[in-house]
Write a new protein. Structure first.
Length: 306
């Protein structure tokens, strides 16, 4: 199909267009191919394959029998599903606010004109470059109830007895939360620092002239200026906390009992321990849809606030 296009100086040229609009931008498609190939192989195909597996009885030997939505029905009649989903949500509730507040406080402190600011920032960010397994093994030793540094410190300040951080239901979640916060707070801090540096200094100077206190400057200038960064931080941390697995697997093994089992470990145990890959795939699909629903609700709430 050819269409007439009027250009400068009144000249008319014929430009070839296609029935399918995306073919008009074939050069853009060529630029996307290096991304689309690995995206299809390593993301889109596994998702489609997992959805297909979820409709079957599937074990390590391969497909056994087509069962339709029986695996999904089994999920919602399993009490463990609701328990482990609550554990994942519970971790979001205790970990996300803590790491956001700590990251913001550190960013505010390091944003001041202090000595060795770059060094301090690097020290706090350094744990984030380590893998989850390294972090978990470090804190596994830190929380040792007999020989760990935390036990030695508590004994030094006069707290008697042994606190079984990783085998006591009252402390296991807090141990995992402390580990996760120490690991990720540097990343949160750096993003907040970038947001703080985008706030014009003129706003603070005008507020000082008007006699605004430091608290009012923070409440009326800093927080509104960090609103977009805050939304990104909260969204990222909620999703990351929902996907908790490594710390639990290494530090507590889901214990004591099932008190720290999460949805991701629930899926892992179903697939690799019980050899029920069809059911594990269905659990993965359901959990993915739930995370998408949570993300959608979060976006709606933040848009409404705007």
């Amino acid at each position: 199909m050819e269409t007439k296009v009027r250009e400068n100086e009144g000249t008319v040229v014929l430009r070839k267009t296609y029935v399918w609009p995306f073919l008009n931008d074939w050069k853009a498609i060529l630029y996307l191919i290096p991304f689309l190939i690995p995206f299809t192989i390593f993301y889109l195909w596994p998702v489609c394959r997992g959805a297909w597996m979820s409709l079957h009885v599937w074990n390590i030997q391969g497909m056994q029998k087509f069962v339709g939505f029986a695996n999904y029905k089994k999920i919602f009649t399993d009490s463990d599903f609701y328990l482990y989903m609550w554990h994942s949500v519970y971790f979001v509730l205790i970990c996300t606010p803590a790491v956001i507040v700590l990251g913001l406080v550190l960013a505010l402190l390091i944003n001041q004109k202090i000595v060795f600011r770059t060094t301090i920032r690097s020290i706090f960010f350094l744990p984030y470059v380590l893998s989850v397994s390294v972090i978990s093994f470090i804190w596994l030793r830190m929380f040792d109830s007999k020989y760990g540094p935390i036990h030695a410190f508590l004994k030094l300040i006069g707290i008697p007895g042994e606190i079984h951080w990783l085998t006591d239901k009252n402390f296991a979640w807090w141990a995992i939360t402390i580990t996760t916060n120490w690991w990720t707070v540097g990343f949160v801090m750096v993003l907040f620092l970038a947001g703080l540096q985008e706030i014009p200094t003129d706003h603070y100077e005008a507020a000082k002239i008007d006699g605004a206190s430091a608290w009012k400057q923070f409440w009326h200038i800093t927080l509104p200026g960090l609103s977009r960064v805050m939304k990104i931080q909260v969204f990222y941390q909620v999703i990351a906390c929902l996907k908790l697995f490594g710390q639990v697997q290494i530090m507590t093994g889901g214990g004591p009992g099932d008190s720290t089992n999460t949805m991701i470990r629930y899926i892992y145990v179903t697939g690799f321990k019980k050899d029920m890959f069809g059911l594990a795939s269905a659990q993965s699909i359901v959990f993915c849809l739930m995370m998408l629903l949570i993300a959608l609700i979060q976006f709606k709430l933040t848009d409404r606030q705007d």
